[in-house]
Ligand binder design. Structure first.
Ligand SMILES: C[S@@+](CC[C@H](N)C(=O)[O-])C[C@H]1O[C@@H](n2cnc3c(N)ncnc32)[C@H](O)[C@@H]1O
Length: 405
């Protein structure tokens, strides 16, 4: 019992089994979160095979919530950096475009409206997004092909539809969460709307995978602090982790607002009120905690790397790639990938600002590109001030555009 864990969602005997497998792993001690996830998966499947009841999600505390259905009419359509995306993808009549992050379909719809006879392969891991893509496919017969799945499954999905590697003309990857996911309280991503602490982009597709409530209610203080540091770049990770462990001794943390108050209560007022986003606007002090949990729950950085590899395989020589990211962990990863750095063993080094020299290079060219990529613009592209006014959500967006060599 050296790890002080109290958890009401899961029986203590099973938590101990999980933690023992976690801590006996030397790699995890170096904060290798991929290993943590692997441990979790094997532990959860053991739990299932022994038919013990476990939490398959946080579940609302006050009975079922009203879920506002999403349709094309009420899905938000405010695609980030649309003008720049269309400019750099330079889509031509009759081409095949892969939208790896269909979301609310904002970018796809603009492409369909702008370029006649284009075919859009519309991928998303979120079944709600794919149902929107299916509606759009009915409106544009033969021009939209919805694909439900993660980046890491893309190559298999394309091969199932007989798409050969190197046959796509343009790829867009607009990373992160959609406004639709953020705005629906019951998805558990939002800091401002109370909802169950869920955060799974796949919705209910993988009930065995942990949701955010599972993470905050089971991991010990050290593991929580490591996650907040690695994925949230949170300076007060240890204090927040300690407050989480204290709070859940009384009641499990199952709601977004509950977690937000625990985080706010763990820090001095000076820190709570001084917190600013990258554009120096006031930010909620739990923003980084939420980011860290979301990245962990959805394995976002490994997925992003898998997505970039899949885009490289799908694009024809001369094809174009646009990647939009919303925080520095993602942007660093994209930048290093396009420069030809070897990211095959993602670890904390790849997520943190580079200290010292470059990592192992697979290939590199003088123009800042690599064997596979030529940058369409050397510097990262950011939204125009006017565009941020119209679409404040895009304020921290960064776009990188490259040509497949
Ligand atoms: C920022 S939104 C895209 C918004 C979209 N471009 C628009 O204009 O409406 C990102 C979308 O990517 C999806 N997504 C994120 N990671 C993914 C992954 N690994 N595999 C597939 N889809 C993913 C999310 O579910 C979300 O719907």
């Amino acid at each position: 019992h050296s790890h002080s864990v109290s958890c009401v969602l899961l029986p203590p005997s099973q938590i101990m089994t999980f933690l023992m497998s976690l801590h006996s792993n030397p790699v995890l001690r170096k904060t290798n979160l991929a290993v943590w996830r692997a441990c979790w998966r094997s532990w959860k499947s053991r739990l299932h095979s022994s038919t013990v009841c476990t939490s398959s999600g946080p579940g609302p505390l006050n009975g079922p919530e009203e879920v506002s259905p999403v349709s094309h009419e009420n899905a938000p359509h405010n695609p980030v950096m649309l003008r720049e995306v269309l400019q750099y993808l330079d889509i031509q009549h009759g081409q095949v475009v892969l939208d790896m992050t269909f979301g609310g379909g904002g970018h796809t719809k603009a492409i369909l409206n702008l370029v006649p006879e284009v075919t859009v392969l519309a991928l998303d891991r979120d079944p709600t997004a794919i149902s929107l893509a299916e509606q759009l496919a009915k409106e544009h017969t033969g021009r939209v092909k919805p694909l439900l799945g993660r980046f890491s499954k893309l190559e298999a999905l394309l091969s199932e539809m007989n798409m050969k590697p190197g046959s796509v003309d343009a790829v867009l990857l607009d990373a992160g969460c959609s406004s639709m996911q953020m705005d629906q309280a019951d998805r558990g991503f939002s800091l401002s709307k109370d909802g169950p602490l869920d955060m799974r982009m796949d919705g209910e597709r993988y009930p065995d995978m942990p949701c955010a409530a599972d993470v905050v209610n089971t991991l010990d203080q050290q593991a929580l602090a490591s996650i907040l540091t690695a994925y949230g770049e949170e300076r007060h990770a240890w204090k927040i982790a300690s407050a989480i462990v204290e709070a859940r001794r009384v009641n499990p943390i199952t709601r977004t607002q509950q977690l937000a108050s625990v985080v706010a209560g763990s820090l001095p007022a000076a820190v709570v009120y001084a917190r600013k986003d990258r554009l120096h606007r006031p930010a909620h002090v739990a923003t980084k905690t939420f980011q860290a949990l979301r990245i962990l729950v959805n394995d976002e950085l490994n997925e992003l790397h898998a997505g970039l590899c899949a885009a490289r395989a799908a694009l024809r020589p001369g094809g174009r790639l646009c990647v939009i990211t919303f925080h520095s962990l993602e942007d660093r990863l994209v930048k290093r990938f396009l420069q030809g750095e070897d990211l095959s063993n993602l670890d904390q080094y790849h997520f943190s600002p580079r200290k010292g020299g470059k990592g192992k290079m697979l290939d590199e060219k003088r123009d800042g590109g690599s064997l596979y990529w030529r940058p369409l613009r050397r510097k990262v592209i950011t939204p125009e001030r006017e565009d941020v006014k119209d679409n404040p959500r895009g304020r921290s967006a960064k776009l990188r555009a490259a040509l497949r060599c």
